[in-house]
Ligand binder design. Structure first.
Ligand code: ATP
Ligand code: MG
Length: 460
């Protein structure tokens, strides 16, 4: 029902202005999203379609209205743009209109003027032709189906890495702080690999004693120890044809490390108590939040096993290094928690800002828990700062991280798409049919994209 409503994105670093415009526009029956800076705006524009963008001209020092306009043109070509000019920015505003902005409105606002201008812009947006589907959106959507949410440059690069390594058989080591999503990444690799029809089995190596872990992983034969009343397959054998995920690999004992090394080197395992080895075809993905190189130097982790495991190493970046994913993740968890609890709540701009400013040493898991906490504690229909866990409320005034991120940190959407296309072509050795399959587009679209990016499809 809300889908055919006109959708407006309001961007202003002053939350009060956002709220004012939101109320005004919602009264007109339009749907409104708000962003307090360029990073949030970018995240919003990449996930949702907007008919109109109403943006402050002076969002930060690096970007004047003209440059902002150019970026919006690129990432949301279907949207009309209205700029808000404050004191001293009138000239830029006029220039922006010459460059293709729909119009500008000045502060202090004249309510009638604001609504009338927005109405005219929306009319024009309706007449504009719908854009072609964007492959980068499709890319993110594909990973969203594996549960991975994020549009930051770092996450897009991670998706590309996943796509690249999924095809191989080789071992992958996933490193990253606790709660960054290492297990999700492992699952995504499996889901995008030729092994997808076979099992994915996750084992937490830190949760079991040495003897139990060995029996779990490799199985045992009847009578090999007290309680082994029959032969039992281990998880390696259960995962035949698929993938085994060894989480917290840094916690394994020296003796087990030897056995794992053998399994990797010889593709065979020996059940506890067995004399014969069993051949296996299982891909191993390991993860750790320890610094394994340091563990090797300290003599706690076998060097040869480390080299075996780290043929391919993927680093999952901490959340504080990809803050532009925070709004997206917050809404993702909010939607999920609302669905689970039957509550209907939204996030206030202030709460979102507090989430954005926080340091997230517990990464995505901590964000996930905080949103659940906030939903459970919210009394009204809107989550305010007061509903957030206490540690989040004490944000430092004047913290610059909120303002510091700009478009300058990110390659354009166009550039990311180009890189992705090149990367896919390379990984399928220029085979167009395969490339189209991988990209989940038809060949005509592939040709159009190649033409747009001036990529020669004939060359190998
Ligand atoms: N990009 C993401 N999108 C959506 N959910 C995520 C993302 N990253 C992590 N999560 C969620 O955060 C939680 C922690 O993720 P996960 O268990 O994969 O982290 P981890 O890196 O394995 O942590 P640990 O080192 O503590 O084992 C999970 O509930 C997961 O669903
Ligand atoms: Mg984990």
């Amino acid at each position: 029902m809300t889908n055919n409503k006109k959708h407006i994105l309001v961007i202003d670093d002053d939350a009060a202005t956002c709220d004012f415009l939101r109320e005004l526009f919602e009264e007109e029956g339009w749907r409104v999203s708000a962003a307090l800076n360029t990073a949030m705006a970018l995240a919003a524009v990449q996930t949702e379609q907007f008919h109109l963008i109403v943006s402050d001209i002076n969002l930060n020092e690096q970007w004047n209205g003209i440059e902002l306009l150019k970026h919006f043109r690129q990432i949301a070509p279907q949207a009309q743009v209205i700029l808000i000019s404050g004191f001293g920015t009138l000239e830029t505003a006029i220039e922006a209109v010459r460059e293709g902005a729909f119009d500008f409105i000045s502060k202090p606002f004249n309510v009638q003027e604001v609504v009338a201008t927005a109405r005219r812009a929306l009319q024009l947006a309706e007449e504009a032709t719908p854009p072609e589907p964007e492959t980068l959106k499709e890319l993110s959507a594909r990973y969203a189906s594996s549960g991975l949410v994020g549009h930051s440059r770092q996450m897009i690069e991670l998706y590309m890495e996943i796509a690249r390594v999924a095809a191989y058989r080789s071992t992958v080591l996933i490193i990253g702080e606790s709660g960054t999503g290492k297990e999700l990444v492992a699952r995504a690799i499996h889901q995008h690999s030729p092994r997808v029809a076979h099992p994915f089995i996750a084992v937490n190596c830190g949760a079991l004693t040495e003897t139990l872990l060995e029996a779990e992983l490799f199985g045992h034969v009847r009578g090999s120890f007290t309680g082994a009343i029959s032969d039992k397959k281990g998880l390696f054998e259960e995962a035949e044809g698929g993938t085994i995920f060894l989480d917290e690999i840094g916690e394994t004992s020296a003796a087990l490390q030897v056995k794992l090394l053998r399994a990797l080197q010889e593709s065979e395992i020996r059940r506890v108590g067995a004399t014969k080895a069993t051949k296996i075809d299982v891909r191993v993905i390991a993860a750790t939040n320890r610094n394994l190189e340091q563990e090797v130097k300290a003599g706690r982790f076998r060097e040869d096993l480390y080299y075996r495991l780290s043929v391919i190493t993927l680093l999952v970046p901490p959340l504080r290094e990809r803050r532009e994913d925070i709004p997206l993740l917050a809404h993702h968890f909010l939607r999920r928690t609302c669905a689970e609890t039957g509550k209907q709540v939204t996030l206030s701009e202030q709460a979102l800002k507090a989430l954005y400013d926080y340091d997230w040493s517990g990464n995505v898991r901590e964000l996930e828990n905080s949103i659940e906490h906030a939903v459970l504690h919210s009394r009204g229909q809107v989550i305010t700062e007061a509903d957030l866990p206490v540690r989040l409320r004490k944000r430092k005034e004047g913290d610059s991280s909120w303002q510091a991120r700009t478009f300058a940190d990110l390659p354009s959407l166009e550039e990311m798409e180009r890189r992705y296309l090149l990367h896919v072509l390379e990984s399928v050795n220029g085979n167009r049919t395969r490339a189209a399959e991988v990209l989940q587009i038809d060949r005509r679209t592939l040709y159009r994209m190649a033409e747009r990016f001036k990529i020669n499809l004939d060359g190998e």
